[in-house]
Ligand binder design. Structure first.
Ligand SMILES: [Zn+2]
Length: 343
């Protein structure tokens, strides 16, 4: 597949293609951008473009996608191509020193069939300290025939000495309209579903392709019904929701969903343009809920939601945190009806 199957990123891709064509490639590039934004796909297409069997005839810096080399790189079986990513054991995936030894062994010999020995390292910020220092040694004196394509969404977690050995290429999110049109084309979904996914994905195409729209809509329906009049009078459904959301694998999705709904509610209470609202089909329901709250009360719970998200990365007891958040949300949504204390 050529570079054109990548949505967005035309500036960095054009720049990389010109470097390939003019034979002015650096030894190491660091692709920086959000998770699932298209860094890895671009790196694979770049490795293919450089190694493509047809490149020497066409001199076009674009992989043909069908020759043996293009196929082997896609399948990660090309003898001059090595793909490294963090091991997935445990809570904290890492790239350990034995993988860097593998890289050293890979790059020391001349390419077997291609023109370069290429090494992709995904989430390079997950190198252990020992592994990072070992990689630095290779990057300081790279063999002429090798090319490193490093990727990270956390550049500040990377050794500054590694960053300084690389040419940094930044990847920005694609426009919501581009992502929406692409989703309609490849996922066979309605325009409103595609619009919703493009908003949730924040312009990250890799993320947009994985979002389960049925799950999003079911979750939204459940949370909106939880906030409806009468429903908030009862505490047990709130505690049940806290328990369900706090399960591993569910927390981030649950927090995101509360974020979208509360943001929409805030926009409705502030009488903003309905085009800004994410759940446009639910505007009547949002209006009904909005009558029982105020922007100030919603901003308070949004603050608490953000603290809860920080806590998620600091081993906070999520079930307790969510229970407290939902009880405060209950107060915030009922705040208009609470009579002011007398005296
Ligand atoms: Zn090819």
């Amino acid at each position: 597949m050529p570079f054109s199957d990548i949505i967005g990123h035309s500036a960095p891709i054009g720049w990389l293609q010109r470097a390939i064509q003019s034979n002015h490639l650096a030894h190491a590039y660091l692709f920086v951008g959000d998770n699932a934004i298209g860094k890895k796909l671009t790196a694979i297409r770049m490795a293919q473009a450089i190694s493509c069997d047809r490149y020497r005839e066409s001199m076009t810096p674009d992989p043909c996608g069908v020759c043996k080399s293009c196929y082997q790189i896609e399948a990660q079986t090309h003898p001059d191509f090595l793909f490294i990513q963090p091991d997935s054991e445990g809570q904290n995936p890492q790239i350990k020193i034995d993988r860097v030894r593998e890289i050293e062994h890979h790059v020391i010999y001349r390419p077997l069939i291609g023109v370069r020995k290429i090494c992709l390292i995904d989430e390079v910020d997950r190198l252990t300290v020992g592994a990072a220092n070992a990689l630095l040694k290779t990057l300081e004196e790279p063999p002429d025939h090798c090319l490193f394509l490093l990727m990270t969404n956390r550049p500040s977690s990377l050794l500054a000495t590694i960053t300084s050995r690389c040419l940094v290429v930044r990847f920005s999110p694609s426009s919501p309209a581009n992502v929406k049109n692409y989703l309609i084309e490849v996922r066979n979904i309605s325009e409103s579903e595609a619009r919703l996914i493009s908003c949730i994905s924040g312009g990250r195409v890799g993320e947009a392709l994985q979002i389960d729209i049925t799950d999003v809509i079911a979750r939204k329906g459940h949370y909106l019904s939880l906030l409806s009049e009468g429903s908030l009078d009862s505490i047990p459904p709130l505690l049940d929701t806290a328990e369900a959301v706090s399960k591993p694998g569910e927390v981030q999705k649950g927090l995101n969903e509360f974020w979208y709904i509360l943001r929409d509610l805030l926009l409705v209470t502030l009488k903003c343009n309905s085009n800004e609202v994410m759940y446009r089909e639910d505007i009547p329901t949002l209006h009904t809920i909005a009558k029982r709250t105020s922007p100030a009360a919603l901003l308070n719970v949004l603050d608490e939601l953000q603290s809860l998200e920080f806590g998620l990365h600091r081993n906070l007891n999520m079930q307790l945190g969510l229970e407290r958040f939902l009880l405060h949300l209950r107060d915030a949504i009922s705040s208009r009806d609470v009579p002011a204390p007398v005296g």
